[in-house]
Design a protein around this ligand. Sequence first.
Ligand SMILES: NC(=O)c1ccc[n+]([C@@H]2O[C@H](COP(=O)([O-])OP(=O)(O)OC[C@H]3O[C@@H](n4cnc5c(N)ncnc54)[C@H](O)[C@@H]3O)[C@@H](O)[C@H]2O)c1
Length: 249
Amino acid sequence: MAKTAIVTGGGSGLGQSAALRLAQEGINIAVVDISEKGGNETVEQVKALGPDAIFIRADVSKAQEVKNYVDKTVEHFGSIDYFFNNAGISGSGKQFLETDIEEIEQIVGINMLGALYGLRYVAEVLVNNGGGAIVNTASSAGVIGQDTVVTYSATKHGIVGMTKSLVAEYAKDGLRVNAVAPGPTETPMVKAYFDANPKMKKSAEEGIPQKRLGTSDEVAELVAFLLTSKAQYINGDVIRIDGGFTSTK
Ligand SMILES: NC(=O)c1ccc[n+]([C@@H]2O[C@H](COP(=O)([O-])OP(=O)(O)OC[C@H]3O[C@@H](n4cnc5c(N)ncnc54)[C@H](O)[C@@H]3O)[C@@H](O)[C@H]2O)c1
């Protein structure tokens, strides 16, 4: 029987690329996003590759909406096998002492609580079904400290903590949970920022030993590897995919 994956933030960037890469493996996809337009686009692209797909609109920072996307996925596909817990936002790029409380609450709400709610409801289904695999999206900022990203970095270090601790509790129940930690990757979000600030792009590339940004397809390849049975004995790990960026820090 075909497997089913939930991909949050599946309407753009890393989530969209991962959804398409998983679809190439014949996996059905529940695309979760706050953006209807992006989510529906991904659904069409997955279907064009063969597997079934549905779009479920959710704001992942709202626990009820997270419960709803999990329920809807089980209702439509019968079960869940894989979870790419990926939706997230960056910050305004201000120094921490200039950041207002609303921005802090928003980033923590989406990146940290959104990921935790997803784990709470999806892991419950996986454990009750005898297991499954999860990949959480951390970041280079979840592995090292950087300026202008204090809140974002806090949430991404949080992703690392929830990844490791969930394994401590539920690996015995067949759960595998890993995190990916991408460096600057050319997704629509980052591309728009760098198109407007070409000098920033150049300096970002210069700070990466491989002298270029990552691509969302490169991250998608890693996510697919970690989710499927090829990575059967990799558990609780944080895999950096950053062209050597954090290795030099
Ligand atoms: N692009 C990078 O350089 C990079 C590097 C490291 C980590 N990341 C992380 O990768 C993940 C994906 O980022 P991306 O670069 O693909 O960005 P993106 O903006 O291209 O995609 C993010 C998607 O998440 C959705 N989203 C935003 N808020 C949401 C909410 N409240 N509920 C549901 N969906 C929501 C957006 O609509 C969008 O479709 C994020 O967690 C980000 O922090 C990105």
